[in-house]
Write a protein of this length. Sequence first.
Length: 152
Amino acid sequence: MSLFTVDNLSDLLGSVGQELGPSDWMLVDQVRINLFAEATGDHQWIHVNAEKAAEGPFGGTIAHGYLTLSLANFFLPQLLRVENISMGVNYGCNKVRFPAPLPVDSRIRGSGEIICAEEVKGGVQVVVRVSIEIEEGARPACVVDTVSRFYP
């Protein structure tokens, strides 16, 4: 894991273009997919029915796109640490894409780049483009421009 750490908000403002990561690998197994289906009510067969999905377009179950997206928040603290702040909050996303399906039992990791950092009222807003890579995959499962705000 490669963690980029800045000591203060001023250093964060000067970090545009900084590459982040990669994070540690994590496994996306059927248990995680099923738990996400339960939490969201999305029980579509391509996610939760292994027998039917084996005959479907992906050859097995795949993770929900929004499950994959939510894991960007798991990877962000492994990619970027801002010291000497009172708090950081998720502010939203500017752009989300799912270039490749995420097959069950795949290992994924996050990497990123700081693409924007600017002062906002009371703090600093940072846009980090997070790519969620599938081990041995040709394309990422998700690319998202996350927006975070950090306060002194």
